[in-house]
Ligand binder design. Structure first.
Ligand SMILES: Cc1cc2nc3c(=O)[nH]c(=O)nc-3n(C[C@H](O)[C@H](O)[C@H](O)COP(=O)(O)OP(=O)(O)OC[C@H]3O[C@@H](n4cnc5c(N)ncnc54)[C@H](O)[C@@H]3O)c2cc1C
Length: 516
């Protein structure tokens, strides 16, 4: 970004490795005939189930088309109609065709253009395999970050302003569409540094991840159902209409729960069937997905494809205003790590690439222009604060788990059982939630987290794997706490013991700041 001074981009893997590179379906923007930002905004707010920040939504849908056009000017090759206009797909809960796509590898194309653009700018240095582990806070202001470099050593990076763009946290769950880097580091770091986080009970589970034993849960894009693919049970019957009037294109949380219920009802798996579509079209429209299926021994066009829900996207994150400012001066956030409020309780499909484009640019401008950086908190509505421990008894768990230091404050924590966290979150803080199970999850997570936090504050050091574990533990604990606190069902958050939306008590967002 010109005029911004020196910029250091630290990324813990190769630059291309992140959720963006895996995004298939596309990026939503009101560019089609008969569509408008107002319609796109209405769909976004409806999906958000009462909790969207309307000002943030207006910015997203109003500025989105301009940023998407800019991306095309920079060379993004979206699929086009014969007349040269972008080909627009429709996805679940959208009322118009508005999803631009580059076959089924839209995120890769967007990432390619953005990296190309960023590396052509003067003053930008990219350092890959640099895992940021902590933020430097001096005099109540973020003054840089510390990272583990390729040499394994900890290095400081001083900065006037720091932008977190660390992506999602799907790895908190056993079943996820997210790659290994999506461990919620930004949320964990910002929370530790004193910034507010919010909406973390809202985790979107995608209904159709490829479900083949021993294979990663590769995402089978919603665009498949947009093109006519059907969900069927073991008998080959399409079942979605029995659960949802909107059928196969109901919102993701509803389709996910319907799949889980149908699996319970039949005792068998659920499949995605494309057999009624033209095989040549299927293979040319979805080459990446067809290839993933082929590797699993399946023909996307001909075979019933076994699918199941998987954690996909975290609506919550580090609280920001409309220009990426967090509540910690000098610290900004954009993309999936941020909580701008645009998604409310559930994200409309294909809105997150758009959010990254719009609010990433706004955060960059905010950083550049802020003479006196500071959170403009007035844009964030009605928060329920939850800084107090939920259950004092939970602070000393009966089973301390594996991150418990042998001697809190001095001894080094052993490696936490990452798969234990993932399994616990899937079973107790997943698609169907309930008070007692949530409390059990908190009981298991809270003690090890507090012990590790005390160890760090006592000057203790962690290696890269331990940081990964601690970040997962931190985010898991925050999700579980918010999920227990919200005693209703709304958007992607479903409670068996509170199955209805209750506006009178819960038409508000849950924010948490660290309480030491
Ligand atoms: C399979 C899949 C399909 C999707 N499909 C769509 C879609 O069709 N449309 C849509 O709108 N959205 C989609 N999404 C969601 C969307 O892709 C993401 O929300 C979005 O791309 C996130 O972008 P980001 O820049 O915030 O994070 P990312 O693209 O994940 O980038 C985060 C970067 O931060 C780095 N990083 C993380 N922690 C650290 C650390 N501690 N130190 C240094 N670097 C770090 C990572 O290595 C990575 O490079 C999809 C997501 C997945 C997983």
């Amino acid at each position: 970004m010109s005029g911004a001074g020196d910029i250091l981009i630290l990324t813990k893997a190769e630059p291309e490795e992140g959720n963006t590179g895996y995004a298939q379906g596309g990026v939503a923007a009101a560019l089609g005939h008969g569509d408008s930002p107002a319609l796109h905004g209405a769909d976004t707010v409806a999906a958000g189930d009462g909790l969207c920040d309307r000002r943030a939504v207006e910015v997203l849908v109003g500025e989105g088309p301009g940023y998407v056009r800019e991306l095309m000017d920079w060379g993004a090759r979206f699929d086009l109609e014969p007349d040269g206009t972008p080909s627009l797909a429709i996805e679940g809960a959208h009322s118009a065709r508005r999803v631009l796509h580059a076959r089924d590898a839209t995120g890769r194309e967007i990432g390619r253009v953005l990296w190309q653009r960023a590396s052509s700018l003067p003053g930008v240095t990219v350092q890959s395999h640099a895992r940021v582990v902590d933020l430097v806070v001096e005099d109540g202001r973020c003054a840089g970050a510390r990272f583990i470099g390729l040499d394994g050593g900890i290095h400081p990076a001083a900065a006037d302003a720091v932008l977190l763009a660390t992506g999602g946290a799907g790895q908190v769950y056993r079943e996820t569409t997210n790659p290994g880097v999506a461990t919620g580091d930004g949320v964990a770091m910002a929370y530790r540094a004193g910034a507010a986080v919010a909406d973390l009970e809202f985790v979107q589970f995608h209904p159709t991840a490829l479900k083949v034993e021993g294979q990663p849960r590769f995402l089978l894009s919603e665009a498949l159902r947009g093109e006519g693919a059907r969900l069927v049970n073991t008998a080959g019957d399409a079942f979605m209409e029995r659960y949802e009037a909107a059928g196969d294109l109901a919102s993701r949380d509803r389709v996910s729960r319907a799949i889980a219920r149908e699996e319970m009802r039949t005792g068998g798996p659920v499949f995605l069937s494309l057999q009624q579509l033209d095989p040549a079209y299927v293979h040319s429209r979805f080459p990446l997905i067809a290839e993933a299926c082929r590797k699993a021994g399946l023909d996307l066009a001909r075979d019933p494809i076994p699918v199941g829900p998987a954690a996909h996207y975290v609506m919550g994150g580090v609280v920001t205003d409309l220009d990426g400012r967090t509540t910690l001066p000098g610290l900004y956030a954009a993309g999936e790590v941020a909580c701008t409020g645009v998604h409310g309780a559930n994200r409309l499909a294909s809105n997150s690439l758009l959010e990254g484009l719009v609010f990433g640019a706004r955060a960059a401008n905010g950083m550049k222009e802020d003479g006196n950086p500071g959170f403009q908190g007035s844009t964030v509505p009605r928060f329920e604060r939850s800084a107090e421990p939920l259950n004092p008894g939970a602070l000393e768990p009966a089973n301390p788990g594996t991150l418990e230091p042998r001697n809190p404050g001095t001894a080094e924590p052993r490696n936490v059982g990452i798969s234990e966290i993932q399994d616990l979150m899937w079973r107790k803080v997943g698609l169907f939630r309930e008070g007692a199970a949530l409390q059990e999850a908190i009981d298991a997570l809270d003690g090890p987290w507090r012990a590790a936090d005390a160890y760090l504050r006592g000057g203790g050091a962690l290696d890269g794997n331990q940081w990964r574990a601690l970040n997962l533990l931190s985010v898991a604990r925050l999700i579980a706490r918010a999920a227990l606190r919200r005693q209703e069902s709304r958007g992607a958050h479903y409670r068996d013991d509170y199955p209805v939306r209750t506006d009178i008590n819960w038409n508000r967002r849950i924010m948490e700041t660290i309480d030491r």
